[in-house]
Design a binder for this molecule. Structure first.
Ligand code: ADP
Ligand code: MN
Ligand code: MN
Ligand code: MN
Length: 336
């Protein structure tokens, strides 16, 4: 039976990569990623290759059914260059977590955006809605904007088998969040990218675009969008020691520049020290501290200083693959 495979990849645009995809028809696909063939695309149209030697390779790495199309699957791919090596745009290839010891929970925030007004849903064409306060976790037509889209996205993610753990309306009007958790850094990244893909496609149906920028309303008194990265490995999950958790936090202090380089474009606009953020130039950590770079959740303290940490600095437009790669590298550098 003819089946649609949507090969999805990240383009080579800097500083923010975007999703691209194209459909391949095959006969009798069994649903297993290892049985999928590599494919190719014109890298000269995606800032990934020169015109004279334009072929890049798509290597399938993660596949789920596509609940919104008949007889269809979504196929997340890594991009390889013409020699079969990971392309420089391929953040997934940087992840050093072959035994899936690292677990990640990403909190993806975003704005539903009205292309007609170039403002978030809920913003009147000529001005602004009332100030922040009532929108976070709100209900009601005057406070919650775009729920129909958000619910459709949640149902679609769950039907596809993505491990969404929750959703909530966020602090700004028209701003929402979903959380995805996975035991394994590569798959956590795969799931976030597929969930972003589905949100974009659902937005198309409703004539609403998704704004992933970390501060789409500039420096007005409206929250920006983050993608908090909650992470753990065996060390953190079984630490049973305040000193061990703090040693991991300390490993991030000399790595500020390396982390910020992949925590998303324009993060200087968002990490100001206001709106539950730390300043981009500082490094701090603390129990329950939502103004810190890294928060030690109360959960960890309550579990005898074992559990996970939350890096609050990655923003909504960051690549979860690159975020995971730098976090893993930094955690592994911690002094015992
Ligand atoms: P908050 O908004 O208070 O920061 P959320 O409930 O939105 O918290 O997100 C918490 C995230 O932490 C969830 O995505 C969850 O999957 C993740 N998480 C919980 N335990 C672990 C763990 N052991 N390792 C990694 N992530 C974890
Ligand atoms: Mn959250
Ligand atoms: Mn949030
Ligand atoms: Mn958080």
């Amino acid at each position: 039976m003819a089946t649609k495979l949507e090969y999805i990849w990240l383009d080579g645009y800097k500083p923010t990569q975007s999703l691209r995809s194209k459909t391949k028809i095959v006969e009798n696909f069994n649903g297993k990623v290892e049985d999928l063939e590599n494919w190719s695309f014109d890298g000269s149209s995606t800032e990934q290759a020169p015109g004279g030697s334009s072929d890049c390779i798509l290597k399938p790495v993660f596949v789920v059914p596509d609940p919104q199309r008949k007889r269809a699957y979504l196929v997340m791919c890594e991009v390889l260059d013409s020699k079969g090596q990971p392309h420089e745009s391929n953040g997934r290839a940087l992840i050093q977590d072959d035994d899936n010891d690292f677990w990640f929970g990403f909190e993806q925030e975003y704005f539903l955006w009205d292309p007609a007004t170039n403002k978030p849903l809920g913003f009147p064409a000529g001005g602004y809605p009332g100030p922040q306060g009532p929108y976070y976790c709100s209900i009601g037509t005057k406070n919650a904007y775009g729920r129909e889209i958000v619910e459709e996205h949640l149902d679609t993610c769950l039907e596809a088998g993505l491990n969404v753990e929750g959703i909530n309306a966020e602090v700004a009007a028209g701003q929402w969040e979903f959380q995805i958790f996975s035991k394994g850094a590569k798959e956590a990244g795969d799931q976030i990218w597929v969930a972003r893909y589905l949100l974009e496609r659902i937005g198309e149906k409703h004539g609403v675009s998704i704004n992933w920028h970390c501060k789409p309303l500039g420096q007005l008194d409206w929250n920006g969008s983050g993608m908090h990265a909650n992470f753990s490995n065996t060390l953190l999950r079984t630490a049973n020691s305040k000193a061990k958790l703090e040693a991991v936090c300390e490993a991030f202090r000399p790595a500020v520049a390396e982390c910020i380089a992949v925590y998303g474009a324009d993060n200087n606009m968002r990490l100001t020290g206001k709106h539950e953020t730390a300043s981009i130039t500082d490094f701090s950590y603390g129990v329950s501290d939502r103004g810190a770079s890294i928060r030690i959740p109360l959960y960890a303290v309550d579990h005898g200083w074992s559990g996970y940490l939350e890096d609050r600095r990655p923003n909504s437009a960051a690549d979860p693959y690159k975020v995971a790669a730098v976090i893993i590298k930094t955690v592994k550098s911690a002094k015992e």
